[in-house]
Design a protein around this ligand. Structure first.
Ligand code: BGC
Length: 539
């Protein structure tokens, strides 16, 4: 009958090709170790968050001071005051039920340094107890904790954003931030003490540790362009780039390595029975960078070289330094300085993929690197045509293009470059108010991860960003990344269509062909009604 219909329809002009076969089911395999060699071929489904973005009343963080209104003693920076965020501290134990409901087996979250050590060398035991109880609740629910130690926030005493230039000098109240000749090494030593404290307290229950989150993004935002505390702007001129920003990067490499060594030394308990007490890595921001010119993909050698410069700095530099113990101190793409204290301090790498961006060899925006990227609203003819144009123009999206195939490209590159480095996708998500769009993003991202796995890349997991809506740093509360929607009047959490899609996948450990037909692929996504109506759009 179907054949007859097909034959008849061809009479009115179609070719005699068979209709495309529906996509096949994808199976991700069993839950296994994220890092150890025995876990090869296994897969984890998780969600991720960060303390400052979800926890209420984190008043000893630099973000509190940075975003609090001036009449409350703050600096009034960013789009919103972090305040109660998503009440994730008060509701921590209740929120475990959300993870269970989704059928997730892992949760990546951070411990707020400023809560644990609100003043220098003063440890808050109640905060440690809180995190201990949370870890116990996760484990009781069959969910493995993956802990980040440093996710974009500090206690105020590490780098007080009210005195970013350190006019008052270094003291226990302000170590004056990374890169400061006296304060920098003290901060590195403090990072080691923090890691020791957490390893001693939680090492019996935790095996997978992440030291720093998105080092390149963090350093650029906090010390490069000043959109994060402490608010320094060191990359805007060549002398401060090399004389100010490079020492910041060097300190952060040491900060990571000091944490790595402390956890290695003080977490000696094998919590999950895989014979390894601690697997210590970090999570890295990545993108899909495309050579561009006149708002089109370019094959000009100069644009390709400009793209390669971005990829070398954004994707490779930090990891190569940790693997080789050699640092590129003039950012020219070649390592020129020995940094033996950081060598060999990475056991796994978390990939955090969100966007696609064009890069053109016009020195306009970043003269030091002789290039101009297309990012968010910075469209200077360097963009490539997006699949969903509304994303790049309208809030509450992040105004960059979500382009799911990019995660495949990055996984392939990393597996070829660092064959021995275990990989998992430690963040992937989308800012949207349309549940179906989030569901499409989940399915499409996992399809791209499966494609990489089919081609031999041993990627062990997918952690969706984020479990529920939260404080999106300098962007405030407009972008909604949550699998669960948060009502900021009541703090109620409600599952979005994205949560239902991920839940189906996690429970069956696979994506059905039907779900792929409905939500998968690479074409345009479901439209965002507010965008169609032209609301919140820049044109
Ligand atoms: C960060 C998160 C952030 C997310 C979405 C990542 O850069 O690790 O803290 O909320 O992306 O922008």
């Amino acid at each position: 009958m179907r054949r007859l219909f097909f034959a008849l329809s061809c009479l009115v002009g179609c070719s005699d090709e068979a209709p495309p076969a529906p996509p096949a089911d994808i199976a991700f395999g069993e839950r296994g170790s994220l890092v150890s060699p025995e876990g090869k071929g296994s897969f984890r489904f998780g969600a991720a968050s960060a303390a400052t973005q979800i926890e209420d009343q984190n008043e000893n963080t630099d973000w509190w001071i940075f975003t609090a209104p001036e009449d409350q003693g703050g600096l009034g920076k960013g789009k919103a005051f972090v305040g109660d965020a998503s009440k994730g501290y008060e509701k921590a134990l209740e929120d475990v039920a959300l993870l269970r409901e989704l059928g997730l087996d892992s949760y990546r979250f951070s411990i707020e340094w400023a809560r644990v050590e609100p003043a220098r060398d003063m440890i808050d035991e109640a905060a440690l107890d809180h995190y201990g109880a949370f870890i116990d609740a996760l484990i009781a629910a069959g969910i493995e904790p993956v802990i980040t130690l440093h996710h974009f926030a500090n206690p105020i005493w590490v780098a007080d954003p009210r005195d970013p230039e350190c006019m008052m000098g270094v003291s226990d109240l302000n170590l004056c931030g990374l890169g400061h000749p006296q304060g920098g090494p003290e901060i590195v030593a403090e990072a080691a003490e923090l890691a020791q404290l957490l390893a001693e307290h939680f090492g019996d229950r935790v095996d997978v540790w992440g030291t720093v989150n998105e080092p390149v993004n963090y350093l650029l935002a906090a010390y490069g362009v000043g959109t994060f505390p402490p608010g320094r702007t060191l990359i805007l001129a060549e002398d401060t780039l090399l004389g100010g920003f490079v020492p910041v990067v060097r300190d952060y490499l040491r900060f990571h390595a000091a944490m790595y060594q402390a956890i290695r030394q003080y977490d000696t308990a094998d919590a999950d029975g895989d014979g390894r007490p601690a697997d210590i890595g970090l999570t890295l921001n990545v993108g899909s960078f495309v050579p561009s010119r006149d708002n089109a993909v370019s094959s000009e050698p100069a644009d390709v070289a400009a793209r390669d410069r971005v990829v070398a700095l954004y994707h490779h530099m930090f990891i190569e330094t940790l693997r080789q113990g050699r640092f590129d101190s003039d950012l020219d793409g070649a390592a020129d300085e020995d940094l033996p204290e950081v060598a060999g301090t990475i056991d796994w790498l978390g990939v955090q993929y969100y966007f696609r961006a064009g890069v053109t060899a016009d020195p306009g925006l970043v003269p030091v690197l002789a290039l101009t990227p297309c990012f968010g609203t910075f469209d200077f003819g360097s963009c490539v045509p997006p699949v969903n144009a509304d994303f790049t123009k309208c809030v509450p999206s992040m105004r960059y293009e979500y382009y799911e195939p990019g995660v495949y490209e990055v996984l392939k590159d990393f597996a070829a470059r660092w064959a021995d480095l275990p990989l998992f996708v430690s963040e992937s998500g989308i800012a949207t108010e349309v549940g179906r769009r989030r569901a499409e993003h989940v399915v499409r991202s996992l399809e791209q991860i499966a494609r990489a796995r089919d081609e031999g890349v041993d990627v062990r997991g997918y952690f969706h960003w984020s479990l529920f809506d939260n404080f999106e740093w300098a962007e405030g509360f407009d972008p909604r990344f949550g699998l669960y929607h948060v009502d900021y009047a009541t703090y109620a959490r409600t599952a979005t269509e994205g949560a239902h899609a991920l839940s189906d996948i996690a429970h069956t450990r696979g994506i059905s062909g039907t779900q792929r037909t409905d939500l998968g692929g690479t074409g345009p996504m479901t439209a965002e009604p507010a965008f169609v109506a032209g609301e919140h759009c820049s044109e």
